[in-house]
Design a protein. Structure first.
Length: 531
């Protein structure tokens, strides 16, 4: 045992009981505090493995995790499972290889073990169940969809075309958050293309709250044929598309965040059918032509007539042949010609569907320019400079071309230059570290290691180093005391020699009061020498 440590032990042993208890309590509190900090810093971070599990899937996954000795936590009343962050993706891949979670829906695994004893009806029913299950699983891959159910109505094939019926489908969604129109249409097209003969217009989508997200029967009241949504949504889509086109173009010129565009579209919600019938009198066409010619022989007593140069009917019936020469009689010829004309006529039927744009109103606000101005006191400030009229006119022309300006619709365009409140903040943010996502990723990856190092350094400088220094100081003081006051006989001799002015007992008391540590060292040396 070293001298310094032995002196430290002797010093602690010489302390009163109260000080010993207080020192021990402080040391224990420091150790406990650093222990708790190390525990919290190195505590395992759990992440969600699966949520919304069926009871049978949750039980199967927990069993598999126990077999693989992977720690886990059960949340959400048994429907969610959490595992350590470092094992999330590896565990998911392992469970997926085992077919977990399978879900309450069944897919084409129904046909993994075929039974040839089943009837054709059961086979068709199983095929429909499998197809519905596979489609539901595919739809549930969307992050916004918690659960999905697909119902298919596939009629039997008929030998007669007129009796053939079209298939239809219904989709029920349990959503975590709202679905965008594009994703709803993608789900509808996914289901429609997966079923033979199914058209997207015969697919309906609802959620668990009873709201109709997509109504497949186009042409109903309040909807437009072929648009798959309400007129209000159609109006919003048009406004958003024009806004994106105009704003992206302006931001390429003036910079990102320096242009704001708003579009208002007036939509004609009525479906108009116009029938026109037009006549052109300048263009005539001969439709029919009729010519009638009559010849009457006045020298003949009979009332027979010759029509169109033919022999009288009475003579023909009697078998009398016409005479070869002039009979001296008189004949009368009558001709009647009739021509029918058709006037040129044009029939036109024009159908104007609902959703026609009646008018567009576009307002664009553009930030101006800034210049640095030095004031009289030497400080520099940024001064706003509005854009001139020529620049605004150029921007207005660009906006007109981007929006599809139509003067006949009385479209309106307004372009103004105003100072943005966020202009200074945007410029200041440009000087900041643009790699913030990368820094956050590094902090998340190495944060625990850095924190542990900081805790170790703090423990060394706040606990270990002061303790070592205290031990060294105590050892140094004890050595100095032993060196200055060698064993008891010399010290007693020094005290006894001073009885010329006062007795030895009073001298010892004054020395103890003035230098208690030295007196304690003398007493310890006496005790050790006697022992």
């Amino acid at each position: 045992m070293s001298t310094s440590f032995r002196d430290f032990i002797q010093f602690v042993a010489a302390l009163p009981l109260a000080k010993k208890i207080s020192i021990a309590a402080v040391i224990l509190m420091v150790i406990a505090g650093f222990g708790v900090m190390f525990y919290l810093a190195n505590q395992e971070n759990y992440q969600v493995l699966y949520t919304g599990l069926a009871p049978e899937d949750a039980g199967a996954i927990v069993t598999r995790l126990k077999e693989q000795n992977i720690p886990y936590k059960i949340t959400s009343g048994g429907t969610g499972i959490m595992v350590p962050e470092k094992s999330v993706y590896e565990t998911r891949l392992s469970l997926a290889g085992d077919g977990l979670p399978g879900g309450s829906t069944v897919g084409f695994e129904l046909f993994d073990n075929p039974d040839f004893r089943t009837t054709n009806f059961v086979q068709q029913l199983n095929y429909r169940r499998a197809l519905q299950g596979e489609l539901a699983r595919t739809v549930m891959n969307f992050d916004e969809v918690k659960k999905a159910a697909v119902f298919l109505a596939i009629p039997k094939e008929s030998l007669f075309v007129e009796d053939e019926k079209q298939p239809s489908a219904s989709i029920q969604l349990d959503l975590n958050q709202s679905l965008s129109r594009a994703k709803v249409e993608s789900i509808v097209r996914l289901v429609a293309n997966a079923v033979e003969g199914l058209d997207s217009s015969r697919v309906s989508v609802v959620d668990t709250r009873g709201r109709v997200i997509f109504r497949g029967n186009a042409g109903e009241a309040g909807e437009m044929a072929g648009m798959g949504g309400t007129l209000l949504e159609y109006k919003k889509n048009i406004e958003k598309e024009i806004t994106d086109n105009v704003q992206s173009m302006l931001e390429e010129v003036v910079g990102i965040g320096n242009a704001i565009v708003r579009v208002s579209a007036e939509i004609d919600t009525s479906e108009v059918v116009v029938s026109e019938e037009e006549y052109d009198p300048t263009v005539v066409v001969v439709r029919s032509n009729k010519l009638i010619e009559e010849t009457i022989d006045e020298g003949n007593n009979d009332d027979a007539m010759a029509v169109d140069g033919e022999e009288p009917v009475a003579n023909q019936r009697a078998g009398i042949l016409p005479a070869g020469g002039d009979n001296g009689g008189k004949s009368k010829v009558s001709k009647n010609a009739t021509t029918n004309y058709e006037i040129n006529k044009i029939n036109r039927r024009v159908v104007r569907p609902a959703g026609t744009i009646q008018r567009l109103s576009v307002a664009a606000v553009i930030d101006g320019e800034y210049r640095t101005v030095t004031q009289n006191d030497g400080t520099t400030v940024r001064e706003y400079v509005p854009r001139d009229a020529q620049a605004l006119e150029t921007f207005e022309t660009l906006v007109r071309n981007a929006m599809g300006f139509n003067e006949d619709r009385e479209d309106q365009v307004s372009v103004q230059s105003v100072p943005f409140k966020s202009a200074m903040a945007v410029e200041d943010m440009a000087t900041m570290d643009i790699e913030k996502p990368g820094f956050s990723r590094l902090l998340e990856q190495y944060g625990k290691t850095v924190f542990n190092l900081i805790l170790i350094v703090c423990a060394f400088f706040l606990v270990v180093r002061p303790l070592i220094k205290s031990v060294k100081d105590i050892g140094t003081r004890a050595g100095e005391a032993n060196t200055a006051l060698p064993p008891g006989d010399e010290s007693v001799k020094q005290i006894s020699e001073s009885d010329e002015t006062q007795n030895s007992r009073q001298r010892a008391a004054e020395l103890s009061a003035r230098e208690p540590e030295r007196a304690a060292a003398v007493v310890r040396s006496w005790i050790s020498s006697e022992a």
